[in-house]
Ligand binder design. Sequence first.
Ligand code: UP5
Ligand code: MG
Length: 209
Amino acid sequence: FEQSKVTVIYVLGGPGAGKGTQCALLVEDFGFCHLSAGDLLRAEQNREGSEFGQLIRSCIKEGQIVPMEVTLKLIENAVRAALGDENRKGAGWDDGKGRFLIDGFPRKMDQAIAFDAEVCLSSMVLFYTTTEDIMIERILERGKTSGREDDNMESIKKRFVTYRETTLPVIDYYTKLNKVASIDSSPVVEEVYAKTKGVVEKLFAGETV
Ligand code: UP5
Ligand code: MG
């Protein structure tokens, strides 16, 4: 697809920082197509006949990054499907605008380089920051009902290690490219969203972040 027809925003931040929550709100106001890498991986894991099911399950439980070929393909397919899918209109997704939120990706340098080179360049990175204590509290609370196999203390600790060692360098990389808008996600959802909305409005108004 043509780069000029799509706007891609990467949404990053630690486990449980609030990426998915903010994306859902952005969809309503700006007509984005929200693609969560974690959700796409979980769907693939549960898809009958998937050759990657076991691999994805063990990576997620151990807080490891799934080999990028798998994730990249899932995202690329989802972008293409969304661009060609009339039925998604009305569900908040406005196909004509070609706006994508890619949530929880890229979280390793190899993914970042490959997506930027082979699929499309992102316009900016929304980066949610808060303390590990807050992230733990949020994930454990959600874990009561989420059914996610990584919403437990043991997996959380492993997710934090991967985040610090593997994902923070990606943030540094985009910071040097002046693409990162950092937002403190410690306050209540509405307050975090007010900041988020301001940043995205500026982007679409043609200002840099
Ligand atoms: N909540 C949210 N905001 C709040 C606020 N301001 N105040 C109070 N509560 C707030 O939020 C988490 C919880 O907190 C929710 O209950 C929410 O209501 C509440 P959420 O918006 O879901 O946070 P999010 O940042 O999306 O947390 P998530 O757990 O989804 O982040 P992860 O990055 O850990 O998970 P993801 O699904 O992206 O990835 C899971 C795994 O998939 C990875 O560990 C990895 O193994 C694998 N993966 C890859 O291998 N490659 C990839 O490219 C991507 C993922
Ligand atoms: Mg999420």
